[in-house]
Design a protein around this ligand. Sequence first.
Ligand SMILES: C[S@@+](CC[C@H](N)C(=O)[O-])C[C@H]1O[C@@H](n2cnc3c(N)ncnc32)[C@H](O)[C@@H]1O
Length: 196
Amino acid sequence: MMTIREYFNSKAPIWDEVIAAKDGAKLGALAARLDIASGWWVLDVGTGTGVFVPHLLKRMDGGRLVCVDIAEEMLKRARAKNFPQNVEYLHADVVSLPLSEGIFDAVVCYSSFPHFQDKPGALAEMRRVLKEGGRLFICHSASREEINNIHRSIPAVEQDVLPDGAEMYQMLRAAGFDDIGVEDSPGGYFASAVKR
Ligand SMILES: C[S@@+](CC[C@H](N)C(=O)[O-])C[C@H]1O[C@@H](n2cnc3c(N)ncnc32)[C@H](O)[C@@H]1O
């Protein structure tokens, strides 16, 4: 059985052409829902080839964007896109981030959360690197049902499911987050929470 890292490394060469979400308007609308302000420090977890990066940068106007991924072949393609200098790349597992505590205004997981094998560990680590008052966003441009159906049809990721609203709420509470909201509709899945 392939690890998640091996699976995404194997998909990296065809990711942008065949797999990545291409509806720019949809991604832009999703990014607009993120409460991100100018100058913020943002961590994008599961960046992949950087599909969501231009949409995040539009909201940030400066600041610092750190792009993390466990699959180095995906990250290599993000790096090759030559995003502005305030974008950095980090090859790491979300459960063990080589980053200081309390430095980010926002952590974003776009289309990546279902693939985190240790979800409580990932949430704890993402909370650790957030400032007090910092926000976590877990978002997808399709509904939970659509995402889970796609994953169930691919053996390497068939177990990688997006929790329903109640489960996600419980997981976020257990990790110590407050101000939790979870919305799931045909247009997308959007969870947010705050580190108090
Ligand atoms: C479905 S892809 C999404 C990539 C990109 N956000 C996009 O929408 O095109 C999920 C990404 O999460 C990354 N990932 C999975 N588990 C991870 C982990 N534990 N730590 C960091 N990244 C992880 C994968 O390597 C992959 O690049």
